[in-house]
Design a protein around this ligand. Structure first.
Ligand code: HEC
Length: 156
């Protein structure tokens, strides 16, 4: 009798261990790759900067030269940052395969982004109204969009 119940509890212990292993595996099958997280975090910050500047573009009365300058400088400074985090084709995140299969196209988009953010930063230094940063601000928005169209998976 005692042996049987021992076997039973052994079985259930195995069962629990197995469950944990399966759950553990499931949790591990979608790890947040640090490289993916790094580039997504930078992109999120890009999004925040664009929101601040875009708000001023929508409501020109709210133009704040200092704030705009800060955001434009941030984009220009960080414009080189994401691209080194796209080394590994195994960790795609929401990037399309084209990032790797069309590496030249992707790096052309990245180069253009660095160019247009530098141009925006230059005009932002002396701008006294939103008119002073157009069309450079528009070019930056176009650059985000153009790259996303070809290289980022549609979400939301
Ligand atoms: C050269 C290409 C390229 C440019 C330029 C670019 N992005 Fe991205 N962006 C991507 C790719 C690829 C992803 C998907 C990354 C991933 O999930 O691994 C992405 C993801 C994002 C995300 C989602 C981040 C998340 O949390 O998953 C936001 C927000 C974003 N980009 C905003 C911007 C903004 C704003 C700009 C312009 C100021 C910009 N991006 C410029 C390629 C680009």
């Amino acid at each position: 009798m005692a042996q049987i119940s021992n076997q039973k509890s052994l079985k259930s212990i195995f069962g629990i261990t197995l469950m944990a292993a399966i759950l553990g595996l499931t949790a591990c099958s979608k790890p947040v790759d640090p490289e993916v997280k790094a580039r997504q975090d930078i992109m999120k910050n890009f999004g925040d900067a664009m929101k601040v500047m875009g708000g001023m573009a929508k409501e020109p009365d709210t133009f704040d030269a200092e704030v705009f300058k800060e955001q434009a400088a941030f984009l220009a400074e960080e414009s080189k940052s994401p691209w080194g985090h796209f080394e590994n084709p195994e960790t795609m995140g929401n990037a399309k395969e084209a990032v790797w299969s069309d590496a030249d196209g992707f790096s052309a988009e990245a180069d253009n982004f660095q160019k247009v953010t530098a141009e925006l930063n230059t005009v932002a230094q002396t701008a006294t109204s939103i008119d002073g940063v157009m069309p450079e601000f528009g070019n930056v928005g176009d650059s985000c969009e153009s790259c996303h169209t070809d290289f980022k998976v549609e979400k939301d």
